[in-house]
Write a protein that binds this ligand. Structure first.
Ligand SMILES: [Zn+2]
Ligand SMILES: [Zn+2]
Length: 344
């Protein structure tokens, strides 16, 4: 089969690989239909080390996807060839302390689709997953929407952790697809004071389209000053969705005393820093949001019920043969890209 492999710094190549086997009777062979490039996939493209760990090239990444069932293991009852599915990318053990506490996303033995060293990803013609990770799609959800349900689920998890009320004032720093999903979810929850920032002009415009009450580029304006001139007491919550040190510093400036910073973006370096005196004096709570926990089905329901419109986020479609161009476009934010995806 054809697969996109990251083979080194800023190198994405189409290569031939053997089709995966079903490892156990409850697994399913899937044909990839739409596979998005996530910001976390890009980290393995733009940096040779992520979070202090060296990237083990070559790697087959990708975890945001919709797929079609090709073959099911002998123990699979609820799915059959031809079914269209959304994919929960995280496989948890179900028996460790974290799983027993309902924290499946911090499972001690977690295996994640397309996480180097754990499972091969979905940027290929075929991949395998346990049947329990697959959600059969209703006819009203498109394959593109089903792929976008995954980034929406990440935003939904972060929103759930934040515990906001409808009158809270918030900021979303970084308005790529997950930041944009967050803005739409915040709107849907009834919040109206949503301040958004990004580096890219296209993403600032997209933030307004998603429902931000104010949005600006950090390249053009002193965004902290602009936001605090509108909200002098500061914000109840700041979602840091970029992973950049600059935005982490801004989140400390923007949050009001007693407020919270929700860290959603994944910093590429092993360490980031906070102005601890300001953080401590304001008694700020920092909430780390990791991937998501059982949020894919609720995300699909929001899409199905037309509560959240995600399809406009997919701006760039590529064939597997265009792997290098796809990764470069997404990594360098070329051509106003929001979400780039392979469509097979
Ligand atoms: Zn992702
Ligand atoms: Zn577990």
């Amino acid at each position: 089969m054809k697969a996109v492999l990251l083979t080194g710094l800023r190198q994405a190549q189409l290569q031939e690989k053997p089709e995966p086997e079903l490892p156990e009777q409850h697994w399913v062979l899937l044909r990839t239909k739409v596979a998005g490039i996530c910001g976390s996939d890009l980290h393995y493209f733009i940096s040779e080390s992520v979070g202090g760990e060296k990237v083990p090239y070559p790697c087959l990444v990708g975890h945001e996807c919709s797929a079609e069932v090709v073959r099911v293991g002998s123990a699979v009852r609820q799915l059959q060839p031809g079914d269209r599915v959304a994919v929960e990318p995280s496989i948890s053990c179900g028996v460790c302390d974290q799983c027993l506490a309902g924290r499946f996303h911090t499972c001690r033995k977690i295996k994640f689709l397309g996480h180097p060293g754990e499972l091969d990803g979905c940027l290929a013609e075929y991949f395998v997953m346990p049947a329990g990770n697959l959600i059969k799609l209703p006819p009203s959800i498109t394959l593109e929407e089903a792929m976008l349900a995954e980034p929406l689920s990440i935003a939904l998890h972060a929103l759930n952790l934040a515990g906001l009320g409808p009158n809270d004032r918030v900021a979303v720093l970084g308005t790529g697809p997950i930041g944009l999903c967050l803005i739409m979810l915040l709107r849907h929850q009834g919040l109206s004071q949503i301040f958004a920032t990004d580096r890219s002009e296209a993403r600032v415009r997209a933030a307004l389209q998603a429902g931000a009450s104010w949005a600006a580029s950090v390249e053009q304006e002193d965004v902290v000053q602009e936001i605090l001139s509108r909200q002098p007491l500061g914000l109840e919550a700041v979602f840091e969705v970029s992973g950049d040190q600059e935005a982490i510093d801004q989140s400390v400036d923007l949050v009001r005393p007693g407020g919270r910073i929700i860290q959603v973006g994944i910093p590429v370096p092993e360490r980031v820093s906070y102005q601890i005196a300001r953080l401590r004096r304001k008694e700020v709570t920092i909430i780390n949001s990791r991937r998501q926990n059982r949020c894919l089905e609720p995300a699909l329901e929001l899409i199905q019920d037309k509560k959240i419109e995600v399809s406009w986020l997919l701006t760039h479609r590529f064939r597997l043969e265009e792997a290098q161009q796809a990764f470069t476009t997404a990594a360098d934010r070329l051509d106003g890209v929001l979400k780039a995806a392979f469509v097979l």
